[in-house]
Design a protein around this ligand. Structure first.
Ligand SMILES: [Zn+2]
Length: 71
């Protein structure tokens, strides 16, 4: 069972999710952040709080959705 809250999710899982477009799509469909389940998310399936905590590779992957390079 995947952990869904911001305390429990592994950084590796976050990156893996961002690299799996259908998981991001799923979050967008539910309109809930895939890390913490908050509502009000961006195209990468993340809320403002979780998005602001991304760095390096995670931010690059997330921005592919925001820039429209990923579906
Ligand atoms: Zn979040």
């Amino acid at each position: 069972m995947a952990r869904l809250n911001s305390e429990g999710i592994w950084r590796e899982d976050l990156l893996l999710t961002l690299r799996t477009p259908h998981l991001v799509e799923d979050a967008r469909r539910k309109k809930r952040c895939f890390v913490c389940q908050r509502t009000g998310i961006n195209r990468a399936g993340l809320c403002d709080v979780c998005y602001s905590q991304l760095d390096g590779e995670e931010l690059r992957e997330a921005n592919r959705y925001i820039d429209g390079l990923n579906p």
